[in-house]
Design a protein around this ligand. Sequence first.
Ligand code: DCP
Ligand code: MG
Length: 421
Amino acid sequence: MGMGASADRTADGPEEIPGILHLDMDAFFASIEVRDDPSLRGLPVVVGGAGARGVVAAASYPARARGIRSAMPMASARRLAPDLVIVPPRIAHYREVSSQVMGILGDVVADIEQISVDEAFLDVRGARRLFGEPVEIADLLRRRIREELALPSSVGGSVSRAVAKIASARAKPDGMLIVPADRTAEFLAPLPVGAISGVGPKAQAALERLGVRTIGQLREVPTSTLARALGPRTPEILALADGSDRTGLGHRTKDRSLGTERTWDEDLTDPAEVRRRITMMADEVSRQLRRSGFVSRTVVLKLRAPDGTTLSRSSTFDQPTASGERLREHVVALWERERPTMRRVRLAGVRATQLEPAAGVSLQSELSARPAGWTDLEAAMDRARDRFGSASLSRGSTLEPGRAEAPPTESPAPGESSAGR
Ligand code: DCP
Ligand code: MG
């Protein structure tokens, strides 16, 4: 891709890295169908209703080369490509693959905001020491999705969330584009003003009357003139236009949560097995907390029965914590309460909520000179896992005799893992 990812320094000193990534799967539903039926490779494939009033949900890139797009009536798509292959949607399947994708993202990066079935923002600024520069993390994510799920994805990166999203769209298909901090303005300048979120057709028409078509031209116009054309949202639009927007992934940590959940192909009927699984999830969540530097006040256990009945039970800690031991204790207690009425479990999830930065948690952390809320042992295990991968260490109680791997009913990258609002 055109731009590299060298380290960047802003004028007044502190280094700023393009640490906001936007990952979006390519032609998501269509790519899954092509993966599952390789005879479709290279053909114009669409997913959608084949009936008279059917609409294209997803179009493979070969279909797009013929002018076919999402939301187009199927009849038009057929006219554009007489050899069109129409596959009826399998929504439940796509949702499962979606959680596998999010599971991979959550495995590498703690701070994730999933925004649709096939896309997420990731804040990788904290993952840098473990996994390297944003460009390396983007590469790792794309490679893992390619290797484990056999699907193509694209990643954009920037100091700004809006720019990261524009960059991922321009990286498609199957590419990545990380815009270094000091090249943000240059990257944006030639793009049409419509690339800025919030600049719709009406605003575009108003700008057109001023002779403004590109973001670069927009920046040349005096603010007072712009304010007359665009109204009260002018400052916001200007911030996006010069890439100075610094909206993070979530603004208020109190509303933030971090967790993992899994759906199993076969319902779990053995209470000991459920307990084992949620214990593993509690460990995973505590590790994500420690990685992202948060402690949590409350843990939530979510359970879903085969008939779709879902319940969430929460438990609050004496003190905010990131300790795996505490999390395990609390989720197991919650499970023990539900288990008499919960015969079969299809889905289980563990989520840490009411997060706060670990540093602010108590004076004790300074006194004992170690991060509050978790033990040296846990911190040491984190470091080992980060170096050698999660398979390298497992807690005795989460293993079944003679089996160190996840049971075969679980897919290779199961579950969903996200940290959002
Ligand atoms: N989708 C849909 N109807 C639409 C748009 C999208 O059902 N009007 C579904 C099908 C897509 C999926 O959502 O595969 C993801 O939407 P995207 O906008 O990310 O589109 P794609 O992933 O298909 O293509 P791209 O490579 O442009 O991201
Ligand atoms: Mg997509």
